[in-house]
Design a protein around this ligand. Structure first.
Ligand SMILES: C[S@@+](CC[C@H](N)C(=O)[O-])C[C@H]1O[C@@H](n2cnc3c(N)ncnc32)[C@H](O)[C@@H]1O
Length: 429
């Protein structure tokens, strides 16, 4: 096993701005259906698939999120199967909708009927000829203005009348994106913060127009996808947990393209908070909605104190953090204890010769940068034979992530700059 630092000297690990895709359009085909935190740039997934998946047939994204890698696999000719795993029900629905081809003519027909039903209901409600059933989840009035609740309820009720499940799900995703855009949450933030009073006073969204614009743009995306997708590639979306034994057969996967969470949801990206309002409007149960961050990697602090888990880099990093704050070192370890369980499962499901491509962020905790790219490599190499091919360092050109985050989770205590991502390429021997 070659050490990560030696490989660095051999320029296996280097900055490569050709991975930045600074000016590229990232919303082509179905990629623009729904925002999601820390989305992978489709061009990165596409290039990884072209470079490492040329003769491969089965792709897996074990932390699928909004399904960027799966969608790219469907746009590639040679794949027969694409698996995606996630614990977040919103991620599962977005990915299902983005990868399911639907004849755009059917979507257009359904869209016109849907809008006409909505308009007619709106008139009846305004003239008090009809009552609309509104949801009643916790704090709904805090996050939405009364008129917005009314209009969302009308749209939702009419989407529910669509008989074809795939078409219904397609409009539910446009609806979920609308929910976010018309809510009282502060723009562009993944955590749930309400607008200031002065912003709220000016906030007067046109919910119908918002939904119409979202749905029609998605129909245009589907027109492109319907022509381009590979019908021989079967997509399997799994509501499972990558830490556990999954339903994927052993030795079956020959390419992994994924971007795992950057760390635990409490102190990095709050997937649960991001998804909460959409899921509540989509009638998901309270437990399901509130538990997402807890069941994410590192969501529950570890009792396991196996410092380092066989990764010398993790051990050294934890020592540095624990000198400043032992509790935070334990939080960090929790994430890697969970990640190590995923390493076991990925080892089981992959074939010899499989390529694994991880796009990771090296965050900073208490002023100590955590080299996740090296830790991941060491976790794989400790127990098994894996060859490190390359680590490309790319700039994050778009504001998908807060460039500066608060590692202690205390507002104002800024210390991390997430301007770069590391793309780690490993081959199973
Ligand atoms: C960085 S996001 C992936 C984003 C994705 N590449 C995209 O383009 O949208 C990481 C994902 O890992 C998921 N996740 C966290 N813990 C998980 C676990 N134990 N098993 C499977 N997925 C998990 C989160 O819900 C989140 O959707």
């Amino acid at each position: 096993m070659q050490s990560a630092s030696l490989q660095t000297e051999n320029r296996i690990k280097f900055k490569d701005e050709s991975w930045d895709f600074r000016k590229d359009f990232t919303k082509y085909s179905n990629h623009g259906f729904h925002t999601y935190p820390a989305m992978m740039i489709p061009q990165v997934a596409r290039r990884l698939i072209q470079k490492y998946g040329r003769d491969k047939e089965v792709l897996l994204d074990p932390f699928m999120g909004s399904g960027t890698a799966l969608l790219e696999a469907k746009l590639h000719k040679n794949f027969k199967k694409a698996y995606g795993i996630d614990i977040n029900p919103l991620a599962l629905l977005i990915s299902k909708v983005k990868t399911t081809p639907i004849n755009p003519e059917n979507l257009k027909g359904e869209y016109h009927q849907l809008i006409s039903r909505c308009n007619s209901d709106k008139k009846s409600v305004n003239f008090r000829e009809k009552e609309i059933t509104k949801p009643n989840f916790f704090n709904i009035g805090f996050w939405f203005k009364p008129q917005v609740i009314n209009d969302l309820a009308i749209i939702k009720q009419n989407i529910e009348k669509i008989e074809d499940k795939d078409i219904k799900d397609f409009f539910l995703i446009a609806f979920s994106e609308t929910v976010r855009n018309v809510s009282n949450t502060r723009n562009r933030e993944y955590k749930l913060y309400r607008m200031s009073q002065s912003m709220l006073e000016k906030h007067n969204p046109n919910t119908f127009e918002e939904f119409k614009s979202k749905a029609s743009k998605s129909i245009i995306g589907m027109e492109e996808y319907f022509k381009m997708h590979n019908p021989n590639c079967q997509v399997n979306i799994l509501a499972e947990d990558t830490r556990n034994l999954t339903s994927i057969p052993s030795n079956s996967v020959d390419l992994i393209v994924t971007s795992p969470p950057y760390g635990d949801s409490q102190t990095t990206v709050a997937y649960g908070q991001f998804s909460r309002l959409g899921l509540q409007w989509l009638d998901y149960g309270k437990e399901e909605v509130l538990n997402i961050d807890k069941i994410s990697l590192g969501g529950i602090p570890t009792k396991d104190l196996h410092n380092g888990l066989g990764s010398p880099t993790l051990k050294k990093t934890l020592n540095e953090i624990s000198k400043i704050d032992p509790r935070r070192a334990k939080d960090v370890l929790s994430f890697y204890v969970d990640f190590d369980k995923c390493v076991q499962e990925l080892h089981r499901v992959t074939k010899k010769g499989a390529f694994m491509c991880f796009v990771v962020g090296n965050r900073t905790v208490k002023g100590v940068q955590i080299p996740t790219d090296e830790i991941i490599l060491e976790l794989f190499q400790t127990k098994n034979h894996y060859e490190h091919h390359n680590t490309f360092i790319r700039n994050i050109p778009h504001k998908r992530m807060p460039k500066i985050n608060s590692p202690t989770n205390i507002s104002g205590n800024h210390g991390v700059t997430m301007n770069e991502e590391w793309i780690v390429i490993i081959e199973k021997q």
